[in-house]
Design a protein around this ligand. Structure first.
Ligand code: GLN
Length: 187
């Protein structure tokens, strides 16, 4: 059975553990490079990307994470999507540049901090998915190598590029295992 590491420095890593197990893989919390390298793939959970970036720096995990991403799949959820993007705005901050996307942080504005929406899935046989957005970014740019798997209000909210994947919503908070299953298939 494959093992998916979940970066457990900050944010909602516990819900991802359950979602990965529902998708048929083993889950392991990751706090060191050694723990990371023992995994077949990695999830960067939601939370606060600025704080995560700071903690990644303090724990000397930035370089190991970049190297991991050269070989193995990474899935970024919300703050995690911000971390793996190429460009980050509103405000700008450094990122891992593992996917050719540009994201704008907290892009839905203060009044709609969080919302639940039915989104349409383009890939995976189509259909609808219930998506929870929490102070979510909007993906403003996708490079030519990026495939859009779902949109909300016209903007991409689930994208993949090679072995990597990102969502601006939180599939770990709903019972629907399709998004995690899609990631597990990449391992
Ligand atoms: N607003 C957060 C950020 O900019 C992301 C929110 C989330 O992960 N739910 O990092």
């Amino acid at each position: 059975m494959k093992t998916v590491g979940i970066l457990a420095l900050q944010g909602d890593f516990e819900a991802h553990r359950k979602a990965i197990e529902r998708a048929g893989a083993r889950a392991a919390e990751v706090r060191t490079a050694e723990q990371m390298n023992a995994c077949d793939g990695l999830i960067l959970p939601g939370g606060e990307s600025t704080t995560m970036l700071k903690l990644l720096g303090l724990e000397n995990l930035i370089e190991p994470l970049r190297e991991f991403g050269q070989k193995k799949p990474i899935y970024g959820t919300c703050a995690g999507a911000i971390l793996i993007a190429r460009e980050v705005s509103h405000p700008a901050q450094p990122s891992l540049d593992l996917m050719d996307i540009g994201v704008e942080r907290n892009a839905y504005g203060r009044q709609v901090d969080s919302h639940i929406a039915k989104i349409s899935v383009d890939g995976n046989g189509g259909g609808e998915l219930e998506a929870v957005f929490i102070r979510a970014p909007i993906i403003r740019r996708v490079g030519s190598g990026v495939r859009v798997l779902a949109r909300h209000q016209g903007d991409p909210v689930w994208v993949e590029q090679g072995q990597h994947m990102a969502t601006t919503f939180h599939p770990e908070l709903t019972g629907d295992a399709r998004v995690h299953q899609h990631f597990v298939e990449k391992l």
